[in-house]
Design a protein. Sequence first.
Length: 324
Amino acid sequence: MIQGMSFISVLFALLLEQVRPMGRGNAIHAAARSWVRFCSRTLDAGKPLHGWLAWSLAVLGPSVLAVLIYGALDFWVGWPLSLLWSALVLYASLGFRQFSFHFTAIRNALANDDDTLARTLLAQWQHIDTQTWSHNEMIGRVIELSALAAHRHVFGVLAWFSVLAALGLGPTGAVLYRLAEFVARYWQHKSQALQQPVSQALQSNAQAAWQWIDTVPARLTVLGFAVVGNFEEAIDGWRRYAAQPGANNDGLLLAATSGAINIQLAAVNVVSSAATDGSASAHGFNLRPPPELAHLAILVGLVWRAVVMWVVLLALLTLARLIA
């Protein structure tokens, strides 16, 4: 029953997110920001131990609360309300339409050759300086950011949700993953913006925890992109990037995305330039074309095929468990 409930929760949350996406600045996300600020202000005293205490309170506190509410609803009321709670928490944790809104607006500006508007929209989305970027550079950067956003807001959330839901922990995985990603990004941004002092220990702890939590989901997303895209090139990109010093989850995902849609991304140029065995060109690794406008549509198709694949896979696992 647990597996069946998790599949229904996923399906309901995805449909609800498409029909009625949560807008920017909504009450749930505002509350999350306030909670994270409270945790850092209260516990961040600059030492590694204090950093772990602040991270634990900010991330594990709401995760435990989510499973306690789930368990209470299941015990005192029944599985229908616990299922609804899981679906609503997952809905609040997903963000498909939140990043696709930016993607669509920038793609339309680029399609209309309005590079000025595209730069403005991209700068507003990511809070970065885009004034010197060319048309093709913006396309490549949008592909990179959108692939990462799809992973962090959809595939990674679904991976942790599904695993912990299978263990009877309800929506805990979705809360854990989204908050771990959020605090790693938020505390670093606040420190750089000098709006809120955040110790280096807290930033380092949050980044280390995020890299660990994202290790398996990142590789599952890579596998999904490989299956629904160019499998050989995606796996080759994964293998070559993983062999480089300083490899991380984001770079791994972008290397596989580059192969899956057969383009060269600036973020993973180090992979092709660092190859010394002479086999990169033979495999076409250095010969991929630069990103063009048409690749944005290819990326959209890749992401949607991956979503459908994981939903179907979860449905098959649910059916197999029910039959057994």
